[in-house]
Design a protein around this ligand. Sequence first.
Ligand SMILES: [Zn+2]
Length: 433
Amino acid sequence: MSNHALHYIIRFLLGEDISEEIVATIGYTNDVTHFERYSIVIIPSGFFSDPIYGTASSLPQLPLPEIEGTPLLFGSPLMESVGETLVIHADIIASTYFLITRYEEIIQRNVRDEHGRFPGKQSLPYRAGFIHRPIVDEYRLLLRKWLQRYGFRIPDIKKGIRQIYLTHDLDAPTLYRTWKGVIRSIRDKRGILRSIRGKYGALEKDPYYTFPWLFQQDNLLREQVGKEICQTILFIRSGGKTRQDKPHYDLRSKDIEKLLASVYNNDMQIGLHASYQAGLSPDLIKKEKAALEKYTGKSICLNRHHFLSSREPEDMTQLEAAGITDDFTMGYADTSGFRLGTSYPVRWINPVSRRLSSILLHPLTVMDCSLEEKKYMGLNYEEAWAYSLKLTEQVENVGGELTLLWHNSSVQDNPDSYLRKLYNNLLNELTRK
Ligand SMILES: [Zn+2]
């Protein structure tokens, strides 16, 4: 790992409010003659050493040891004093690196689902039973505690959710308002007259066009907690030719024009919803971003991949090259939780080149369909509510960020789905935080 990346991880673990002098008192070395330079030394477990890094033997073996109740991927829980220095054998640097870089995905290239994504249920955090815990943030609490014990004046982490992102991916703005939609409507036995009215009548009557309700919910929370703390982002697709990129919607249509006007009126942000095809060929991201910028007249720097289908860790390079500064893709579709082991925005480190990038990853905490769909978590309402609250409480405990992804189509009036009710209740709960 480059010194740049190592320094970043130590700084990330400590927190932004910690001075550079204190960061410099943390060492990552097993050279005993250097120990006296530091107040805390973390002993490298060997994860980064040459014959091991990048091979299957570098993967942690289950069950994992724990340090003060937190799972440890590398090293041992042993702590000792050597002279004045506190020596920690828990390699929380390698453990953090492993999680924030998605290292295991480059070791298991053949483990992918039907959409080319690394499955959450195959991931180490899921198999080791801590996908619902941001253990990297738990390391932060530990490290700060150790420094306090050493005598540094370090404030406790401020509990509470420091940032909420309410996000919506525009997969299908409407159900019946294209010619294909009219055919669908007739096939759905809605009658020819009603189907024609569906296309030309009031946009708000379309079952998928739930934005007035969604934005109203979002706004209630934003007004309650403050617009700086709670932001709303609509991710818009502007390309893609695969089957999964259907339905296509025309960014110049009257309906989208109306939607965008409402987005701007509500002081919301827009981002690129990179297509499924761009997930397959990440060099398309630049083109799709340019198209979205052209149609909206806005400069675009936020992204989330459609189907969360950012496939290989290195594909982030293409986002960075396209000028995206913040990505919101990093959650698993098949299980909600902390894919990167953290609830803090974290800069991406390429696990192949070990280079620190400029792109900031915002962990996706909960996606609507992950909870409900049978092929993902398949939870009933009570279970989904309890699990969402559990994740929210975890974020609160470590003072991190919460990102929710709710689709406009999932909050339509539908007796078979609880997602509208869940979103409403979840946002109500957040106003009380
Ligand atoms: Zn999508």
